[in-house]
Design a protein around this ligand. Structure first.
Ligand SMILES: Cc1cc2nc3c(=O)[nH]c(=O)nc-3n(C[C@H](O)[C@H](O)[C@H](O)COP(=O)(O)O)c2cc1C
Length: 287
């Protein structure tokens, strides 16, 4: 049996650019692969209830389509994530999935290091906003080995495949998925910890990587911008031990909560009954 590539599309457009680009990458990966697809917006993926039960091997109370997707990801040999840029970021389907990510910690061994590539598809050149970082974040937070990422431009469904430059990007990403030595080289200065290339800078020389959230400094070295970034106390995906350590820290939250429960209850009290709330027409169905 061949290896499985999971294509995760964030687009609500059937056969739109995201889907076609994933299929193009698949086609370019050569023999020995089969393609499994998921259209995230078609699925029912509810918000995390912040109950932390999944961290203690208990079933997530949300009954929806999240688990079949996570299972497909765990089974896949490699994955491609493609999201449309909506209002200067990857559309919400990416984040809806990631927000259920406390469940990734029960599958660290099956998810860690899986080859993944990420594509943000924007309709207007230069108006991709944080789209590239957002799709990179999807691969990193699902504990994959981010072998390459790109912004691709194309507005009308199928338009992204009309450009030779875009087809070359698809070729590069396909090669990077099948051969780790061919991972896509970054074009500019990157975070030395995670390879991200989106930063928040301060005039005092401070820098924070917007992909791994490590912080440090930026400098000009021989005319080139260089970043020195440290992981801090809570690295989320830098190595497998850090992932497991973070999961353990999260599990410890239960004890910390129980220890401070009565103190926290007192904090909440004066705010109870304040304000009126807009209620969902569907009542308690959602959530
Ligand atoms: C609600 C909405 C918001 C959009 N916002 C942006 C944007 O901020 N920047 C941009 O370049 N393109 C934007 N676009 C264009 C899409 O990113 C573009 O059409 C892309 O090809 C969609 O991919 P798809 O064909 O896979 O759905 C937006 C499209 C929609 C529907």
């Amino acid at each position: 049996m061949g290896k499985t590539l999971l294509g995760i599309s964030g687009s609500p457009r059937k056969h739109g650019n995201c889907e076609l680009f994933i299929k193009d990458i698949f086609k370019l990966m050569g023999q020995g692969w089969e393609l499994r697809m998921v259209r995230l917006p078609e699925l029912d993926i509810k918000p995390c209830k912040a109950c932390y039960q999944c961290l203690f091997d208990q079933k997530c109370p949300q009954e929806d389509d999240f688990l079949p997707v996570l299972d497909a990801l765990a089974r896949a040999d490699a994955y491609v994530v493609a999201a449309p840029v909506y209002f200067l970021s990857a559309n919400s389907s990416m984040k809806e999935f990631l927000d259920r990510g406390l469940q990734f910690y029960s599958l660290v061994d099956r998810l860690w290091g899986k080859p993944g590539v990420a594509v943000a598809i924007a309709g207007i050149e230069g108006k991709e906003g944080s789209g590239k970082r957002d799709v990179e974040s999807f691969v990193k937070l699902t504990l994959g080995d981010l072998r390459g990422s790109a912004v691709v431009y194309g507005a009308l469904p199928g338009e992204a495949l009309l450009s030779d430059a875009n087809r070359r990007i698809a070729e590069g990403l396909a090669r990077a998925l099948v051969d780790p030595s061919l991972r896509l080289a970054p074009r500019g200065p990157v975070c030395p910890l995670c390879g991200g290339d989106t930063f928040r800078l301060s005039s005092g020389g401070g820098a924070m990587c917007m992909l791994c959230s490590g912080s440090g400094s930026w400098q000009l070295e021989n005319g080139d911008l260089a970043f020195h970034i440290e992981p801090g106390d809570h690295p989320l995906f830098l190595d497998k031990d850090a992932v497991n350590a973070h999961a353990d820290w999260l599990r410890g939250m239960k004890g910390r909560f129980l220890a401070r429960r009565s103190e926290l209850k007192e904090v909440v009290k004066p705010y109870l009954g304040m304000g009126t709330y807009i209620e969902s027409k569907k009542g308690k169905e959602r959530g």
